[in-house]
Design a protein around this ligand. Structure first.
Ligand code: CP
Ligand code: NVA
Length: 310
């Protein structure tokens, strides 16, 4: 069988297609258990630290609740309330926390912080969002698409918007699962070239495909999944006006989704800004699965925590 015990989750490229499929199957099974009211506590006595350098609704609540449901305990550690915020090195933080905890989740700006924490910690480190990646979100996203479409391989997933953390993890996670991932971003907001190259290499092995374009209609054409995210991510708030101008032609609205398959799914990691990156009609329309997707953060991360920590 597959064992992921002791591993980190920094980005999905470190995981094989089979390992990701294992996590998705496990998430679906844990969801079934929870809906049936079955108590399942393989993390009894275990603790997970949650370091947050940025705001969060879904990530914080789903990790805290997930840990509780699995019989363990989660500690919310706002960066400004721990010595890390006063300059204690991340390497010392990692080593100290490794003496108390069974795992650490970190949400931070610099992706290097996640890598450094994992390098110096002797316990699993989970990336709860960095400026480069959001793998936990993409596990939930893949679970959601799998539940609604019955498969992942061969489906076309279009991401329309900022080529940053969400685009990157969707490129890698989608490629791993043999999907066609199409990203449409404006000039100056294209996904990282190294990530694009990596996702192309992965897709070549899995039968997936990568399309990178400036044309939202090309990306959306015949798509099974249309995905978008905010135009100004956390840390980029002061660029709001400039980004509204740059992304003006990249709104996911009734006109754009005409290019997609009639039974396309609309996904958004949330939080969303109706009337900016997505029209109200699309995000609140019949094809939108945003709340299934948000719910699946809980199930997917429970699967991840059990796999890494039990
Ligand atoms: N999608 C997501 O990670 O949401 P939060 O910022 O609320 O955690
Ligand atoms: N791209 C967004 C995702 C939030 C979950 C951000 O980084 O703010």
């Amino acid at each position: 069988g597959i064992s992921l015990k002791g591993r980190d989750m920094i980005e999905l490229d470190e995981y094989s297609t089979e390992e990701i499929q294992f996590l998705l199957d496990s998430a679906i099974e844990l969801k079934r258990k929870q809906k049936n009211g079955e108590v399942y506590q393989p993390l009894k006595g275990k603790t997970l630290g949650l370091i947050f350098e940025k705001s969060s609704t879904r990530t914080r609540v789903s990790f805290e609740v997930g840990m509780f449901q699995l019989g363990g305990h989660a500690l919310f550690l706002s960066k400004n309330d721990i010595q890390l915020g006063r300059g204690e090195p991340i390497s010392d933080t990692a080593q100290v926390m490794s003496r108390y905890l069974d795992g650490i989740m970190i949400r931070t700006f610099g992706h290097d912080n996640v890598i450094n924490l994992a390098k110096h910690a002797s316990i699993p480190v989970i990336n709860g969002l960095s400026d480069m990646a959001h793998p936990c979100q993409v596990l939930a996203d893949l679970q959601t698409v799998l539940e609604h479409k019955g498969k992942l391989k061969g489906l076309k997933m279009a991401f329309i918007g900022d080529g940053n953390n969400m685009a990157h993890s969707l490129l890698i996670g989608g490629a791993k699962m043999g999907m066609h991932v199409a990203v449409a971003s404006p000039e100056g907001y294209m996904p990282d070239e190294g990530i694009v190259k990596l996702s192309e290499e992965i897709a070549a092995q899995t039968g997936g495909k990568i399309t990178i374009t400036h044309d939202p209609i090309e990306a959306a054409k015949d798509a099974d999944v249309i995905y978008t995210d905010v135009w100004a991510s956390m840390g980029f708030e002061e660029e709001q006006a400039e980004r509204e101008a740059a992304f003006a032609d990249f709104q996911v609205n009734e006109e754009l989704v005409k290019a997609a398959k009639p039974d396309y799914l609309f996904l958004h990691c949330l939080p969303a800004h109706r009337g900016e990156e997505v029209s109200e009609g699309v995000i609140d329309g019949a094809n939108s699965v945003i709340f299934d997707q948000a719910e699946n953060r809980l199930h997917a991360q429970k699967a991840l925590m059990v796999a890494l920590m039990a």
